[in-house]
Design a protein around this ligand. Structure first.
Ligand SMILES: [Zn+2]
Length: 313
């Protein structure tokens, strides 16, 4: 029997006084979540969105809850769904050094080119804008609030989902904006541009923090339990891929042949193709997050798998 896939709505939700998660349904390709942290004098944004329409909806929701000017926009990593509308927020942008490097590389790619792989994707208003401020390891922003200063910690945790992942931790409020370090069930984690082992370690780090609310990069608002579930998926990927790698089966055939078990009911399950390729790279002894020369081919095969899976569920 087919497992019921949980559904959620696009909404702005106050998760702690002055702190909001902007959660987008359905959490699929390019449909990411974002955040808003409102202080006494300013508002800080976590991640932009993939196109002008979505950014305007998010800004509309922000205007309903605050009229404070934006000071900073934090990019949790370089993926374009989180960065393509940076220019629509009047704020200084902050990210990890690697994130800016990847963003600069992305400037050579016209957003329209993505339509060849993701037909139907709306890239209206999408533009690559390199960030203003970078940091190497950690950075803390102190934001003035009514009763003192709020601590907003930006912590580098890559290579994991990509080489540039940062999470945003508010220790006092016990809130974590995870970026794509967390794809919450039923969204499938994606490690093609990062590291399977690094991703597992990053999730361990997130689970060890004193936090009550985890805002995933994709998927519904979460608790620690979703961190464990995403971790279990990655361990499954690592272990299954290793077996096939030792047998000499190529990554694509291996990904196509395995039984996804409980993960068959998750969304974007074609990511198994990219995740296996990344696992194989690690088994070959390549560095975490090393460039894969055939990245575009892998993405094409992943979408081919998606097409083949359609109608089989
Ligand atoms: Zn991402």
């Amino acid at each position: 029997m087919k497992k019921e896939v949980p559904k959620w709505n696009t909404e702005m939700k106050e998760i702690s006084p002055g702190i909001y998660a902007y959660i987008q349904a359905t959490g699929g390709w390019f449909i990411n979540n974002a955040g808003l942290i409102v202080g006494k004098k300013d508002a800080i944004i976590v991640d932009s969105l993939a196109n002008a329409k979505r950014a305007k909806s998010f800004i509309g929701e922000i205007k309903r809850v605050t009229d404070k000017p934006f000071s900073y926009l934090i990019n949790t990593h370089h993926h374009t769904d989180h960065t393509w509308t940076n220019h629509l927020f009047q704020a200084k942008t902050i990210c990890h050094t690697r994130c800016r490097e990847e963003t600069v590389k992305e400037m050579k790619i016209d957003p329209e080119l993505y339509l060849g792989i993701f037909p139907g994707l709306d890239v209206t208003g999408a533009k690559v804008t390199p960030q203003d401020i970078t940091f190497e390891k950690n950075l803390t922003i102190y934001q003035e609030v009514e009763d003192g200063m709020r601590e907003i910690r930006l912590i580098y945790a890559g290579p994991a989902h990509t080489v540039s992942d940062v999470f945003v931790y508010l220790p006092e409020e016990k809130v974590l904006f995870c970026g794509d370090l967390l794809f919450a069930e039923p969204c499938t984690p994606f490690a093609l541009m990062g590291s399977i082992s690094g991703y597992i370690r990053a999730l361990d780090l997130l689970a060890d923090l004193d936090a009550d609310i985890y805002v995933p990069g994709h998927g519904p608002l979460s608790r620690r339990e979703e961190i464990y579930k995403a971790r279990e998926y990655l361990v499954f990927v690592r272990d299954e891929a290793r077996k096939r790698f030792k047998e000499g089966v190529n990554a694509y055939d291996a990904a196509k042949s395995i039984d996804l078990g409980v993960y068959k009911g998750w969304n974007e399950r074609e990511r198994i193709v990219g995740n296996f390729e990344r696992a194989y790279s690690e088994f070959r002894g390549e560095l975490p997050g090393a460039d894969l020369p055939d990245l575009l081919d892998i993405v094409m095969r992943m979408m081919e798998y998606r097409g083949e899976m359609k109608g089989q569920s």
